[in-house]
Design a protein around this ligand. Sequence first.
Ligand SMILES: Nc1nc2c(ncn2[C@@H]2O[C@H](COP(=O)(O)OP(=O)(O)OP(=O)(O)O)[C@@H](O)[C@H]2O)c(=O)[nH]1
Ligand SMILES: [Mg+2]
Length: 313
Amino acid sequence: MELVEEILNGDFRAIAKAISMIENDGSEKEELIDRIYPKCGRAVVWGITGPPGAGKSTLVDKLIEQERINGKKIAVIAVDPSSPFSGGAILGDRLRMQEHATDPGVFIRSMASRGHLGGVAGATTDAVKVFDAAGFDLIIIESIGVGQTEIEIIEVSDIVILVLVPGMGDEIQALKAGVMEIGDIYVINKKDHDGADKLEAEVNYMLSLKEGDQTKNPVLLTSAIHNDGIKNLISEIQIYLKNIQESMELQKKRKTRIKQEIKQIFSGKIMYEINKKINTEIMEEWAEAIYNGDISPYSFINKKVQTFLKEQK
Ligand SMILES: Nc1nc2c(ncn2[C@@H]2O[C@H](COP(=O)(O)OP(=O)(O)OP(=O)(O)O)[C@@H](O)[C@H]2O)c(=O)[nH]1
Ligand SMILES: [Mg+2]
């Protein structure tokens, strides 16, 4: 595969092609990932999440700026929660990070959070592998933290930065809804707005209630548009990563990620086999039988499952 060589050389067009391949979810994707996998494992993945408009993209933009000075090659995956056909959020993110669009050390890519057969987490993990193999040091995933899909995406990261803003009124609701749990570092952005200190106190209080958690989660204030607090954020990220690496927590996290990946791929493949077997015609026949009351559903389906498993041997 020529594409593999090109990716390993960091060729942008090849990377873009590979990501499209991943999004199309075809069989060529599998060969590609298998071929580049031995070159993976060097990159660090930061997940940036938080409510819409919190300033995630602005923050990412400043983080890129600073980390470029630190000599890192950076890839950004902006997960677009809207449909694959709407360009709204993508456009906004692109505009905000446009300054870096011509920088050969920065690659920005949007991915739709819907429409992936293998789940969006799967597609994102594969995209991360491509960037990793292509020699990017840092991969930043930006996603809007509102639902399960977003939480899944964020589980792909080595570290999660949860961005909150003062004055939204519903922060505490979000905290209670469990989204709060996913942060490793908490950033209160728009500290130039009123209420940042109050929110900081609330977040610290919420965190103090977390049981059985030994890791200290920093709560930081930033003003992304004013480039304020960015260096401090980066240094806290580095400290956090160093700590979880030393305590082996990072390694554990990465293995958990692999386990989830295995489960996802495995069940996807099994589902494929099942769907191949249970076609519309058979389904019609079975439903008819159950509908007519000829058989009871559980005993019937249990028998069919047994037959299916036997046939697979
Ligand atoms: N006052 C103030 N405004 C900010 C700050 N950071 C970002 N903004 C503004 O907030 C708005 C939203 O910023 P984005 O960076 O697009 O936010 P986002 O979280 O990426 O938004 P989505 O991707 O749509 O969820 C923009 O108008 C920014 O200029 C800040 O620190 N202070
Ligand atoms: Mg954004």
